[in-house]
Design a protein around this ligand. Sequence first.
Ligand SMILES: NC(=O)c1ccc[n+]([C@@H]2O[C@H](COP(=O)([O-])OP(=O)(O)OC[C@H]3O[C@@H](n4cnc5c(N)ncnc54)[C@H](OP(=O)(O)O)[C@@H]3O)[C@@H](O)[C@H]2O)c1
Length: 327
Amino acid sequence: MRFAIYGLGPIGSLISKVAIARGYEPVAAIDIDPSKKGRDLGEIIGISEKLGVEVTGDYRVLYEVKPDLVFHATGTWLSDVYPQIVHSIDSGADVVSTCETLSFPYYRYPELASLLDEYAKTRGVTVLGTGINPGFLLDSLPAFMSTSMALLEKVEAVRSLDASLRRLPFQKKIGVNMEPGEFEEALREGRLTGHVGFAESVLLISTITGLDVDRVEEGQEAVIASEQVTSNGVTVEKGKVVGVRGYGVGFAEDKEVIRVEMRAGIGFANYEEIRLHGEPEITWRSTGTHGDLGTAAVIVNMAPRVLDHQPGLITMADLVKGGYHIV
Ligand SMILES: NC(=O)c1ccc[n+]([C@@H]2O[C@H](COP(=O)([O-])OP(=O)(O)OC[C@H]3O[C@@H](n4cnc5c(N)ncnc54)[C@H](OP(=O)(O)O)[C@@H]3O)[C@@H](O)[C@H]2O)c1
């Protein structure tokens, strides 16, 4: 498989590494950061050998090299990255993207989603948005886990993680070490995102399991350090933002049927816990999943499924199938 990488931040770099280790061939690398342009991909992603692929800021390289697939990792909002996805489709490539709002694009961007679906079908390619969260831990995983239940009434999933183990852009987007007021203002004004994807996860669970929801609510707030905290060399002073907690809830006739929660901060415990209510009841708890490497793995592992899939805009709901109430 010949692939292009679109976006070479920490996540795009990790995706490239995992893909190369898998035996896939890099043929193009695109990033607008001037400090990366003109350099060899191997150097950017931190492997000693030269790969012979020069990083360029010009997406038209895609039309020259015609990759089989584009791994896309530049941004969170579909409205911002839409042209990049269109350029990738234009080159005839399938696309797997980390864009959070592309994981269930019919929620925030129904018009862009139907345009992308139409265009992908016209060009005979497949487009998927996924990642560790949204994409796996708080949606596909609990939904698939419900396969062994005869009756599913409610899904609850919590992810807690120590943000000191995550890349710097992640720590920044959850406001680590900011003044509380400053963080809340940045969230309100959209300069910082916190976690994006609560509603997308709720709707993925609903689509995969068939547990209908007629309303979705989501929210998040800063967690303030009640004392100085240090974890893996990252210190947060008392009174500053140590992380965020947030939730997404799906209601059916005002009854809560799906709840996903995430707590991410410096020194927080690492685990995921899934509680499935119905018959039989299931409680499952992990010791945590590395978010950055996990994202790269989900993206690369989905590539063969996307290459094989019929054309169009798809979600993880199209890939996670099987079981009694799983459609
Ligand atoms: N679904 C999930 O589970 C999941 C998990 C992890 C990350 N993500 C998302 O994946 C994305 C990548 O993460 P990251 O931490 O690597 O982000 P990042 O540090 O912001 O890296 C993005 C890179 O893409 C470049 N870029 C931005 N716009 C571009 C464009 N139009 N053309 C080419 N390159 C462009 C950026 O350059 P500049 O720095 O110059 O702007 C930067 O080098 C983020 O949106 C993140 O939220 C999703």
